[in-house]
Design a protein around this ligand. Structure first.
Ligand code: MN
Length: 316
């Protein structure tokens, strides 16, 4: 379907709605939060509530509306818009509310998106924020700097600050327009990429000193156990970005981080230079992008590592 047709349908749904819930995914990143808050800030005249069923990193508190993000029970809204969610599972406890709601929209850029909503806008752009930018423009809304800061946040974080392979010319074109209105963006990049709490730095040091190599150093695995989080006083979302240290090692083709969520349950994030890690993740019911994917693995630590390495061997 033509993008304009889908944007037109979404615009119509938004205009008809009296109260809108915008849902972020669990382990919220700059793209899901930026997308949700950009939309909320752009729809000033509408009653919009942003929800997220997970803890949110304080580093995003420069986004307007950050402190109004809700957790807990979802209220009664006549339209639900999910942003940056590839499947219902990404919505945490809100998945059933979305599944059974009669008016849902799904805006996402993950190729593995399961198109779970009534209207699905899945475009292979750099980020969901890039889609939101186009949607807002299409709707004829004149965004202000607050909206643009939110969009910049998602565009920048999902492209690895404009360095990953999804850093397309359209991503730069959008960024160019954003910077024109925002002005100095150095305060945003300081918050997103440079500021690091002492506790997180110590956790990273611990993880790096225990990194394991497999498949002739072509695979590197970082591990964060629950006891590590406790020892350093960190939350699970403090591990965001750690996996980059594994994939950046010269010999490594697939980098992974295993994050213990509870005894016998590990959240796995995978990164690759050229291998298709989406296929590895898919073997375990996960998904994502070619070079960045994730899945959940169950079992003892050794068992989980063994499963993962044996599977990865096929794709390296
Ligand atoms: Mn994204």
């Amino acid at each position: 379907m033509e993008n304009d047709i889908i944007f037109g349908m979404i615009g119509e749904k938004i205009n008809e709605a009296k109260s809108i819930a915008i849902l972020c995914h669990i382990r919220p990143d700059g793209d899901t939060l930026g997308s949700a808050l950009a939309l909320k800030n752009a729809l000033k005249h509408k009653e919009c509530f942003v929800y997220c069923d997970d803890a949110i990193s304080q580093k995003f508190d420069f986004l307007k509306g950050f402190y109004d993000i809700r957790g807990g029970e979802i209220g009664s809204h006549d339209l639900i818009i999910c942003v940056d969610c590839s499947d219902l599972g990404r919505l945490g406890s809100y998945s059933s509310a979305v599944k059974y709601h009669e008016n849902t929209v799904n805006i996402d850029h993950h190729i593995s998106n399961e198109e779970f909503a009534h209207i699905n806008c899945v475009l292979g752009l750099s980020s969901t924020c890039e889609i939101i930018f186009n949607l807002i423009k299409f709707m004829g809304i004149e965004p202000d700097a607050d909206v643009y800061k939110c969009i910049f946040c998602g565009l920048s974080t999902d492209t690895g600050n404009f360095s990953h392979s999804n850093t397309t010319h359209t991503a730069f074109a959008v960024a160019s327009e954003l910077v024109r209105l925002i002005g100095d963006i150095s305060f945003i990049t300081q918050r997103l990429y440079k500021d690091i709490p002492k506790s997180k730095l110590l956790l990273l040091g611990h993880a790096l000193s225990n990194i394991k190599f497999y498949i002739g150093d072509k695979m590197a695995i970082l591990t964060i156990l629950l006891e590590d989080l406790e020892r350093f006083g960190c939350a699970s979302n403090d591990t965001e970005g750690f996996v980059d240290y594994a994939i950046n090692i010269v010999s490594v083709e697939v980098g992974a981080i295993l994050l213990e969520c509870e005894k016998g349950r590990f959240k796995v994030s995978l990164r690759s230079k050229s291998a298709d890690v989406c296929k590895i993740a898919a073997q375990f019911g996960g998904g994502g992008h070619t070079h960045a994917s994730g899945c959940m693995l169950f079992g003892d630590y050794e068992e989980v590592v063994d499963k993962l390495v044996r599977n990865a061997e096929f794709y390296i």
